[in-house]
Design a protein around this ligand. Structure first.
Ligand SMILES: Cc1cc2nc3c(=O)[nH]c(=O)nc-3n(C[C@H](O)[C@H](O)[C@H](O)COP(=O)(O)O)c2cc1C
Length: 673
């Protein structure tokens, strides 16, 4: 088979050589791509990647983990971003009693700064960043409540492990620890030191009236609550000998009863500015328990808090960074034009496409972040490696790039959802000749149906991008084409991949076949219509039932959402689920956990408690909508398996999972073909 007409270097992973600098579209974004000075750093544009964990690398891990850490961040520099925040660097808790076990996300006892080879590793990393043309900050992190705090209190409603209240000796030791630790990082050559004074850090716990109930010099009025951070800044400035940029990352508004609001934040910003010592502020909103989320999922509006950032920016003459759901450089440009910030973080956007800035400058389409938040939840909820639903190479940047194939093959893919399209693109990028048949008129599969729910409308951005990508790669796409065994055999491809997805599941309980009992997909597509009072039955651990409930509530239905599990959506982590539940509550959705549907008698629905089996009447509803998962559609695979060589099954057609599983499986499979 002749190789696919060469796409040059892959559209996806590499900039086609001929396009680099072919046209410079910088002028389209005059603010975002204008230079700025932040402290000692001269930047040639204003898009940044704020500090973040994840990425499957470790600064202080094994050689392999260190290489992955560097590769993960250097990929963003290669993609044109200059100032990178690096991973969180944990400050030692100097007073931790021997044997006490620290728990909680981001909790750390011994910290990272004091580890023997920290300076060497950081020095190696920073040298590589500088050699690539980047600038690096070190973010100093010490999570509040894990286990230390200003007072014996909680910071939110989700984590109720009582912390240890620091005494004055412990506070003094902590301040010294910040100064000494910053000096180690500065000596290693970093360009900036940032204090993580947000996201429930111990520093924020001192700033906030919610968590700081002290009656000594570190608690009380605004000045007293700011004292710890002020003394930390002085300690850092005293200990760090060379000129360096110093910044504060602050929550714009705690948005929680008893916390501080934007007005209070502005007053603190004025005082920190007047103190001197600080070179920039980095602003966002959100906490560690979930609502609002500081990793806002796609359910949020784009850049939901940039207006608050404008208020904070007006309180200081220092440069301000805004972070929170900015996904395009055009948005960043507008935020700067509106005076809402001087620099803009595009953190998950750069996870979805680390080459975004170079692509924007050369007029190429950027792979969009659609806010699935797999970059955080897969690891936190399921313990799986960090991953991105749209970018299968995310968090494995140190792995060898996919190589052009030495043996171009003819590959037929049946099914144009995330698994099928990703496999098609990956195979075409390697130089195979690829045909893809999709039975419906458009690509996207189940994701296109899910995108009909209002919370998921961003999914279409990825489907459009993926459709363009296949076109660019010369994949022969046929939509409206139904495949059967005979036609597949006649096609004589070397490889057949079956990515035919899954069909909505129904329940087998009495009464389920009545006309007013419908599956959620049919409601979204308009194939089924429903009445005012709706019982939504959730037997799906992912986001689907929540987004359908939100959609129906948005259309004015009275929605009751019944889950068999103890809580909703057990596979959706706290950075997403809090915001989702907030919106459902605001829209009047009634939640029934631990509730199993047992029968539908006309409009009367009966159920049982999932654990005790006690039966009861759930209520009377005009319609029952089933969001109960899907059954793999693997019939083609089963029919071909024994007679056709090289036939593969992937995606939901093997076992329905979230999109990230489909795209990653497709990527892996493509490397073997
Ligand atoms: C996996 C992950 C880990 C993060 N870890 C940190 C962190 O350690 N420190 C921090 O200040 N922010 C952290 N963040 C928040 C980001 O810096 C950023 O504020 C957030 O992703 C919102 O910006 P975005 O919408 O541009 O992604 C993390 C975000 C993600 C996705």
């Amino acid at each position: 088979v002749p190789a696919q007409p060469s796409p040059g270097i892959s559209f996806d992973e590499e900039l086609p050589a001929q396009d680099v600098n072919a046209q410079d579209l910088t002028a389209q974004y005059p603010r975002a791509l204008a230079p700025i000075t932040v402290g000692t750093m001269r930047l040639d544009h204003r898009i940044v990647v704020s500090p973040h964990g994840g990425g499957n690398g470790q600064l202080m891990g094994s050689e392999k983990e260190f290489e992955q850490h560097c590769a993960h961040w250097l990929e963003k520099v290669r993609g044109g971003i200059q100032w990178i925040g690096g991973g969180p660097t944990f400050v030692k808790n100097p007073g931790l009693p021997v044997g006490f076990e620290v728990t909680g996300v981001g909790g750390h006892g011994p910290g990272i700064f004091r580890q023997a080879s920290f300076a060497t590793r950081l020095g190696m990393f920073v040298d590589r960043v500088h050699a690539a043309g980047g600038l690096l900050s070190t973010q100093m992190v010490l999570q509040g409540g894990m286990p230390i705090a200003p007072s014996n209190t909680f910071s939110g409603y989700g984590d109720q492990r009582m912390p240890h209240a620091l005494d004055l000796d412990e506070i003094r030791a902590l301040i010294i620890e910040y100064g000494e630790s910053a000096a180690i990082a500065a000596d290693a050559g970093v360009d900036a030191i940032e204090i993580h004074a947000n996201h429930d850090d111990i520093v924020q716990w001192f700033l906030s009236p919610l968590t700081n109930h002290r009656t000594d010099i570190y608690g009380g009025d605004r000045n007293a609550r700011m004292r710890l951070l002020r003394e930390v800044i002085v300690a850092i400035r005293d200990r760090v000998s060379r000129p360096i940029t110093f910044g504060l990352r602050l929550c714009l508004d705690e948005m929680i009863d008893g916390g501080y609001d934007i007005n209070e934040l502005c007053e603190m910003v004025k005082l920190f500015t007047a103190d001197g010592g600080t070179d920039y502020f980095s602003f966002d909103v959100g906490n560690n328990w979930g609502a609002p989320s500081y990793i806002p999922p796609g359910w949020y509006e784009d850049h939901p808090w940039s207006k608050l950032s404008a208020q904070a920016k007006a309180a200081t003459h220092l440069p301000c960074v805004y972070a929170g759901r900015v996904t395009t450089v055009a948005q960043a440009d507008a935020i700067i034009a509106n005076g809402e910030a001087d620099l803009v973080a595009m953190t998950r956007a750069a996870m979805a496409d680390p080459l975004l800035l170079k692509k924007v400058r050369t007029g190429q389409r950027v792979r969009p972040c659609i806010g699935l938040n797999e970059c955080i939840h897969r690891k936190l909820v399921e313990g799986l490696p960090y991953a991105c639903g749209v970018n299968p190479r995310f968090a494995r940047e140190a792995d060898p790039l996919p190589q052009p194939t030495s043996k171009a093959r003819r590959i037929l893919i049946i099914g144009g959802g995330p698994a099928g399209t990703e496999l098609a693109a990956q195979c075409a990028e390697r130089g195979h000749r690829v045909s893809l048949w999709e039975r419906s008129e458009q690509l996207g599969g189940a994701l296109r149906v899910a995108a009909l729910a209002r919370a998921n409308n961003r999914y279409t951005q990825w489907i459009d991008w993926q459709t363009d990508r296949l076109k660019h790669l010369g994949v022969e796409v046929q939509t409206g084409r139904l495949a059967d065994v005979d036609v597949i055999r006649t096609f004589e491809s070397d490889v057949v991949a079956i990515a035919t997805g899954a069909q909505s599941r129904r329940l087998s309980i009495p009464g389920v076949n009545q006309a007013h009992v419908v599956v959620a997909a049919d409601v979204l597509t308009g194939a089924a219509s429903i009445g005012e009072r709706v019982l939504l039955v959730a037997e799906d651990d992912g986001p689907a039932p929540l987004s359908i409930a939100d959609h129906l509530a948005g259309l004015g239905h009275e929605v009751t959402l019944a889950y068999r599990t103890a809580g909703p959506a057990p596979l959706i982590g706290k950075y997403s689920v809090g915001a989702m539940l907030a919106r459902l509550d605001e829209n009047g959705v009634i939640m029934l956990p631990t509730t199993r549907i047992t029968s539908i008698e006309g409009h009367r629905v009966l159920g049982a408690h999932s654990y005790s089996n006690r039966s009861f009447e759930i209520g009377t509803f005009d319609s029952v909508v089933l969001s109960v998962g899907a059954i793999p559609d693997d019939s083609l695979f089963r029919a071909l398996k024994d007679s056709q060589p090289n036939v593969y099954l992937l995606g939901d057609a093997y076992a329905p999972r979230r999109m990230v599983f489909a795209t990653r499986q497709a990527y892996e499979l493509a490397q073997t073909l």
